[in-house]
Design a protein around this ligand. Structure first.
Ligand code: SF4
Length: 102
């Protein structure tokens, strides 16, 4: 399967004039699947790790998660999760939102 076909986000187009893939970084989810199938090695993996998305609520409804900028290793992700849990325990009152953690 070609990299264009494997991308479920339709983030890749082939620019025939330049004969190389072009990415729509607003659509790209950084899943890395295109790097696994790239036949020419044009698309390569950079930093490997985890994206961290923090969720919130908008009134009674879930809000879209916001992504912390960057890619994190496993140890750092665990620290972030522990920090979030500690913050929530310290600042949450009766199920209210923790507005200070933004
Ligand atoms: S990393 Fe994933 S979402 Fe981004 S272009 Fe490649 S396949 Fe598509």
């Amino acid at each position: 399967m070609a990299c264009v076909d494997i991308c479920r986000e339709q983030a890749i187009t082939i620019n025939n004039g330049l004969e190389r893939p072009e990415f729509d970084y607003l659509l790209c989810m950084k899943c890395g699947q295109c790097t696994d199938v790239c036949p020419t090695g044009t698309i390569v993996k950079g930093t490997a790790g985890f994206r961290v998305l923090l969720c919130d609520k908008l009134g009674r409804h879930p809000a879209l998660a916001r992504e912390l900028p960057g890619i994190y290793d496993e140890e750092t992700v665990i620290k972030i999760v522990k920090t979030c849990i500690r913050f929530y325990k310290e600042h949450n009152r009766h199920g209210e939102l923790c507005r200070g953690f933004q």
